[in-house]
Write a new protein. Structure first.
Length: 232
């Protein structure tokens, strides 16, 4: 077999190298913006200034627009014709859909507790301990961050990088709703206690009870957020 065909496809790929480099950079920019959403630093409804962001991140306008496209696909941003790009403000329908996905992922992940690596189980414990520590300092934004880590750690019990990535995206979108809710203490105060309850069940080997506790948690949080968005 000759190498002509191989040379042809390699040459074609080489022609696309510039687009590949730009796409890779755009993914990294999207990661940074997504992380800022997850941390609550970028508020729902905020317009993103291309010039300011491009200068801050030292990337081209084309790269930034590709990052915007990726995050729009993830429903974190929205492009409004003739106005620009904005951080998306979630609606009640979004909350219903997000929690439907979370029930499937997180209750399924809980069932992996007994066979998950000890390091994965310890990450769940550490996230609860972090939340408790933040509560003692009256740092309710920190409690919210610990809560996100808890649900990421629970998902990681399944040992699937794809599920980990999907949960990261779901939680980033949900963080937009958390910000709309306002007072972090009002929202997170009860949920840390529920996380402690789930962990106690897991450490006692009561996996079915932990799964039921997770469902109660998700049902309650869904209604809390949906009501808050309707009233906002």
């Amino acid at each position: 077999m000759t190498t002509v065909e191989s040379d042809d496809w390699l040459s074609n790929l080489a022609k696309e190298r510039a687009d590949l480099d730009r796409s890779t950079t755009a993914e990294r920019v999207a990661d940074k913006l997504r992380d800022s959403v997850l941390a609550g630093h970028i508020k729902p409804g905020r317009q993103l200034n291309e010039k300011a962001l491009g200068e801050a991140l030292r990337v081209s306008r084309n790269t930034l627009r590709e990052a915007f496209r990726l995050l729009t696909h993830e429903r974190l941003l929205v492009h409004e014709y003739s106005r620009g790009v904005f951080v998306r403000v979630p609606e009640v329908a979004d909350i219903r859909d997000l929690y439907a996905a979370r029930r499937v992922i997180e209750t399924g992940a809980v069932r992996h507790w007994d066979r998950a690596p000890e390091a994965a189980r310890q990450a769940v414990r550490d996230s609860v301990a972090l939340g408790v520590g933040r509560r003692e300092r009256d740092d309710w934004s920190g409690v919210g961050t610990a809560n996100v880590r808890f649900h990421q750690a629970v998902t990681a019990l399944a040992g699937s990088s794809r599920l980990d990535e999907e949960m990261r995206r779901l939680l980033a979108e949900l963080r937009l709703a958390f910000v709309v809710m306002g007072d972090s203490r009002v929202f997170y105060e009860d949920y840390l206690t529920l996380n402690e309850e789930m962990l106690a069940h897991l450490d006692a080997g009561q996996v079915p009870e932990a799964e039921r506790a997770m469902l109660r948690y998700l049902d309650r949080a869904e209604e809390h957020l949906a009501t808050g968005l309707r009233d906002s």
